[in-house]
Design a protein. Sequence first.
Lengths: 164, 164
Amino acid sequence: MSPSALPYRPHNHEACVAQALADARTICQQHSARLTPTRERVLELIWQSHKPLGAYDVLAVLAEDGHNAAPPTVYRALDFLQQHGLVHRIASLNAFIGCTHAGEAHNGMFLICRACHNVLELTAPGVSSAVSRAAAAESFQPDDVTIEVAGYCPRCVSEPAHDG
Amino acid sequence: MSPSALPYRPHNHEACVAQALADARTICQQHSARLTPTRERVLELIWQSHKPLGAYDVLAVLAEDGHNAAPPTVYRALDFLQQHGLVHRIASLNAFIGCTHAGEAHNGMFLICRACHNVLELTAPGVSSAVSRAAAAESFQPDDVTIEVAGYCPRCVSEPAHDG
DNA sequence: CGAAATTTGCAACATTATAACATTAGCAAA
DNA sequence: TTTGCTAATGTTATAATGTTGCAAATTTCG
């Protein structure tokens, strides 16, 4: 583990985006799914930062692009991207974020900073197994697990309101 | 642990509600908070079943009551009830449910049945500690933890679409 | 009582998401 | 190349959820 996880430290974010898009193309090809221009553009926008983006934020940028899009366009693209594991929806924020574990089987756990709004996606096997055990103890069959932790990231704990 | 947790088996639900209201009165008194008629009525409505209820569902019943309420009335009552730990908001459903651990310090984990829509709230210490450890490993300071598990409850696994 | 604080009523508005239906693009078989 | 099918997109409208701001009423407490 790095001293500071990706979203919290300076990095070449264009490389993040480029990698995400490349991965997406590979994954869609494997799934025989079509990463159309709109879908690819939406994915790129979601990846603009490590902060989640609302559907209407995406819509606004598409409008700036000159793309005369309506809400269904965005929601459909986001649904597609979610189905193929390329983005996640953060239920507690009504917003979307690029998946940093695309292609890997994973149960995301999200650390959401209340100050800088960056989100770190973790794969936490200990958490997943604890959840599974708790569900099994109630004979409950889990299908989809949402784990979202709001709080303060390492940078913002010490010094408030990072925007990086 | 009972063979089948409360929401999933027949029980005298009026007793649930009565107990919840009695607990609420006690807790509010301890907090020097005012459980006004509107707030109490909203709490009672939320407790009508073990299924989460949307704010606008509550609003509709208030309207049937003859209470000429607007959305802010309901949201304010729900905010109050949340602040005092009497109800929880289920982020993945935009809906609210009565807290079955009112008064106890607890980190709720919710098992949400996709078939019958009943929700079981658990206190899962193993899960909480695993989440804390995972957050600590990233030097993240958790403030509020959301754990929601959608799936199928014991009854609906065997026989679909229970409504009980 | 009377001032201060809390709670409520009310209107307007903001945000998020979906329904329904028409149209177009991609692609393969006749 | 046309035909026909399916997936994808466009378009309009609307549903569902949540908030802001201010004034009036109520409660609390000195």
